[in-house]
Design a protein around this ligand. Sequence first.
Ligand SMILES: [Zn+2]
Length: 397
Amino acid sequence: MKGPTPRRVWKYVTRRLGLKGYLQSPGDGRSRPQIPARVLLWSILIGQLLRECSFHAVEALVASSARAALGLGASFGDDALSYFTERLQAAPTRTALATVIRRAKRNKAFDHSLFIGLAIDGTTVGRCRQSGCSLCRPFRNQSHQIVGYRHHIAMISVVGTGLSLPLDVEPYGPGDSEYAAGQRLLRRAVAHLGVRFADYVVVDSEYATAPFLHVVGELGLQVVARLKANLPELFQAAQDRFRCQPPTARFQEGPDSVEVWEADDFTAWETLHWKSVRVVLYRQRKPQGQVIEAFWLTDFRTSRVSSRSLYRMAKSRWEIENQGFNEAKNRHGLEHICHHHSNSLVIGWLLTLLALTVERLYRLRYLHRGTHPVRTAIDLVQLLWLSLSRPPVIDTS
Ligand SMILES: [Zn+2]
C-alpha cells in the first residue's frame, strides 16, 4: 500500500470523509479574500497533523520547499491566518466534525461496541498575563489579586467504542460556568448527531446535578455520573449500605480483578425527578496491588445494563482526559494562543479537534485495512514528514 502523504490525507478528507464542500466553503467571513479559504484552512489542518500548531510554524511550512507536497499553492504570512480565523464562522466546522463522526458510525467504525458514549468535561487552556478577549477569565491568587487570565472550555467526545473522537468545544467566559457550557454542548451535539447516535453520557461529579441530569433525559440519553461528597446524603447512604455487604459481582477485566457493589433503589434527592437512583461502587485491583475505588450513579436499569457494562462506561470517562485533553495539549498545542481573539481561539480549538478526529479515522480505520499492525500516531507523523522531503508525485486520478 502507498504510504501516507499530505496529498493522500487531503484526498481521504475530501472524498472518503465527504468534507470537500466544507474545505471549499468553511464559512469565510473576509470581505475581499486574496488567498482562498481552502488554502488557509488546509494549512492549519495539515499543520496540526504534522504537529506544527502555531501560526508562525504554519507560515514557515508554507514558505518552505515542501509547499507543493503539502497541497498548498500560495505562500502567506501568519497575519493572514489571524485575519482569516478572526472572521471564520464556527458553525461549519462544528457541522463538519459531526458529519465525519456520523459517517464513521454509518461505516461501522463503532460496530464492536455494545454502547456508544459521549463524555463531557472542562479544562483550562490559553494562559496569558493580560486580558486580550471577551473569553479571558481572571485568575486570582490566594489574596484574590488578579495574577493573570485563562480560557476555559468544555469538550464533548465520543467514547466507549475503542475510537475516541472529539466532537465539539464550548468556551465559558466570565460570568458563565462549565456546567452551563456543558449543557449547551450536549444539546448541540445531539442536534448534530441525532437522538439515536449515542446511548449514554458520562461525566464527573460536578455535572451530577438535577438540571444537567434532566437535560440528558430530555435528549433521550442515559447518564453515568461520578458520585462524590457533593451529593452528601446519597453518597453517605451508598457507603453505609455497601460497606456492610459482600460484593454483588466479581469479574476479571484484562489483568485487573474487579468487585462491584450495587443497588437500584436509592432515593432520588429532592430536586431530581427520578423514581430512584442506581448506585454502583467498584473496587479495581491492579496486578501490582494498587486498588482504585469509585462510586457512580446512573438511571440505567439493572435489566438493561449489567454491572460490568456499567463499569466500562464509567471507565470510558478517562478517554476525554487522556485521548482528549492530554493528546490535544501535549501533541497538538491546545493550550497555545495562536492569535488572541475570541473567535480565532474557538476556531483553533475546533480545528484541533477536527485534526484529531481525522487523524484517528485515517490511521486506525483507513490505513489499518489489511493485515499489517496499526500505525501509531508518531509513526504517522514521521511518515508524513519523510514524504515532504520527496518530490511530489502528480496524481491525476
Ligand atoms: Zn482571551
